[in-house]
Design a protein around this ligand. Structure first.
Ligand code: NAP
Length: 401
C-alpha cells in the first residue's frame, strides 16, 4: 500500500507574530503581499487568536490570512503547526526556554526552520539532539538569521572568496571591527534572551568559551573584555556584546563549509574612535558591558519605535591576514538599526531563500548558518532588497541584482 501525504496547507508560518519583532515582520509580509513579491502563502501563529487578528489587521495583511494558535507549553499544538507548513520562521524567544519543541518537530517532519536565536549553548544542544534526524528527513534548520550573525558571516564569505580568487587560499586570521550608529537599544525580548544566555554560561562555567558542536573542529579566537588600541586602524576598540555569538557562528560556518576558510582565528570588537575620546568611549563601553543584563529592561513586546529603527546604520569592517603578508579587507554596510530594522529584512530573505529553492547545490537536511546554506544568493538578495552593501578593498565593488 502506498501512503499518500497531503501537501502542507501553508508555505510558511510566522510564529511569535504578536511579539515586538513578529509585528515588524507582519508589516513586511503585508508590504510584500501588496507589492506581489511574497515568496509563498504565509500564516500567522501565536498564543491568542484575537491578538493575532489585531496584528494581521494592523499590518494590513489580507483578512483571509490564516491564524494558528500554538503554545510552546503545549507540544501537541506545536506539532500541529509544523505538520501544516513547509517552513516555520520563529521569533518566539528566549529560544532556550520556548524553542526546543518546535526544533524537534521540524527536524522530525522534514519542515524547514529559520530563527533569530543568539543563544549558542541552546544551539549546540539542538544540534546534538536533532542534527541526525534533520539530515534523514531533509529539514533545513537555520539558526541566527538576523544581525547576529549574517553580516559578519557574509563579510567573511566575501573576503575569503576574494582571497581564493587572488591567491588560491584563504586568509587564516580574521579581525572584525563593528561600528553601530543610532541608539535604538534592545527590545524586551532580546534582553530576556541575553539574560538567558548569560545565565546558561554561568551554569556551565564557560562564560566566554568557544564550544562547537561535537564533531566540528575550530580554533579558539581571542575574545577580549578589555578596551584596546587597534594600531592598524589608529582607533580604540571596545568589547562587543555580540562577539560571543558571532565568533561561535563564524567557526561553525567554517565547519559547515568543510573548513574551507582554513584553521581560522577570529576576533570581533566595537569601534570606539581615535585619541583620548576614543579611549574614554572604549572604557565606558567595557564598563557598560559588565552591567548589561542588569540594565533596566524593556518588557517583552516592547522595543525601539519606527523612527529609531529607521535612523540607525552599521558598518562591519573585516580584515584578513596571513603570516606571508597577504592582507584584505571586506566591508559590509547597512541602513536601519541592526537589531530590528535590518534584522527583520535579513531574516525574511533567509526564509525566502528556502521557499524559492535557493540553497547551495547539495545542501540537504541538518542545521545550517544562513551563509553556508544560501551562499552568494543571500548576498545578492540582501544587497538588492535589504539595504546591505558588500565591498572588498582593492577589488571592484560588487553590485548585484
Ligand atoms: N539575532 C538577532 O539579530 C535578533 C534581533 C531581534 C530579536 N531577536 C530575538 O528574537 C526573539 C523575539 O524578540 P522580541 O523582541 O520580538 O520578543 P517579544 O516581544 O518578547 O516576543 C516574544 C514572542 O514569543 C511569544 N511567546 C512567549 N512565550 C510563548 C509560549 N509559551 N508559546 C508561544 N509563544 C510564546 C510571545 O507571545 P505573546 O505575545 O503571546 O506573549 C511573543 O510573540 C528574542 O529571542 C530575541 O532575542 C534576535
Amino acid at each position: 500500500m502506498t501512503e499518500t501525504t497531503a501537501a502542507p496547507e501553508h508555505d510558511a508560518v510566522l510564529w511569535g507574530a504578536t511579539g515586538y519583532v513578529g509585528q515588524i515582520l507582519a508589516g513586511h509580509l503585508a508590504a510584500q503581499h501588496a507589492a506581489g513579491t511574497s515568496a509563498g502563502r504565509w500564516a500567522l501563529a501565536g498564543r491568542d487568536r484575537d491578538r493575532l487578528a489585531r496584528v494581521r489587521d494592523d499590518a494590513g495583511l489580507p483578512a483571509d490570512t490564516p491564524l494558528l494558535v500554538a503554545d510552546a507549553d503545549d507540544p501537541r499544538s506545536v506539532e500541529a503547526l509544523v505538520r501544516g507548513t513547509r517552513l516555520v520562521l520563529s521569533v518566539v524567544g528566549p529560544y532556550g526556554r520556548h524553542g526546543s519543541a518546535l526544533v524537534a518537530a521540524c527536524a522530525a517532519h522534514g519542515v524547514d526552520y529559520v530563527d533569530l536565536s543568539g543563544e549558542p549553548r541552546w544551539a549546540r544542544r539542538m544540534i546534538a539532539e536533532h542534527d541526525a534526524t534533520a539530515r534523514s528527513t531533509g529539514a533545513r534548520l537555520v539558526l541566527s538569521a538576523g544581525f547576529d550573525s549574517v553580516p559578519f558571516e557574509l563579510a567573511a564569505q566575501v573576503l575569503q572568496r576574494e582571497a581564493h580568487a587572488r591567491w588560491g587560499s584563504p586568509l587564516p586570521a580574521l579581525s572584525c571591527r563593528v561600528l553601530v550608529e543610532g541608539d535604538a537599544g534592545f527590545s524586551g525580548g532580546t534582553l530576556a534572551s541575553l539574560a538567558a544566555e548569560v545565565e546558561a554560561a554561568r551554569a556551565d562555567g564557560d562564560a566566554r568559551g568557544l564550544v562547537l558542536p561535537s564533531g566540528y573542529a575550530g580554533t579558539q579566537g581571542p575574545l577580549s573584555a578589555e578596551p584596546a588600541h587597534d594600531d592598524a586602524l589608529g582607533m580604540w576598540v571596545a568589547p562587543w556584546v555580540l562577539a560571543p555569538i558571532n565568533v561561535w557562528n563564524l567557526h561553525w560556518s567554517n565547519a559547515l563549509r568543510g573548513q574551507a576558510w582554513g584553521d581560522l582565528t577570529y576576533d570581533e570588537m566595537m569601534l570606539a574612535g581615535p585619541g583620548p575620546v576614543g579611549e574614554a568611549t572604549a572604557t565606558a563601553i567595557a564598563g557598560m558591558m559588565a552591567g548589561l543584563v542588569d540594565a533596566p529592561p524593556r518588557l517583552p513586546g516592547e522595543g525601539p519605535d519606527a523612527a529609531a529603527r529607521d535612523a540607525g546604520a552599521y558598518t562591519v569592517l573585516l580584515t584578513g591576514s596571513a603570516p606571508d603578508g597577504r592582507r584584505l579587507t571586506s566591508v559590509v554596510t547597512a541602513q536601519g538599526d541592526p537589531g530590528y530594522g535590518s534584522t527583520s529584512r535579513i531574516v525574511l530573505e533567509v526564509a525566502r531563500g528556502l521557499l524559492v529553492g535557493a540553497a547551495e547545490p547539495g545542501a540537504g537536511g541538518g542545521f545550517w548558518t544562513p551563509g553556508a546554506l544560501l551562499g552568494e544568493w543571500l548576498e545578492d538578495r540582501l544587497a538588492a532588497h535589504a539595504g546591505l552593501t558588500f565591498t572588498t578593498q582593492g577589488a571592484a565593488d560588487r553590485h548585484v541584482v
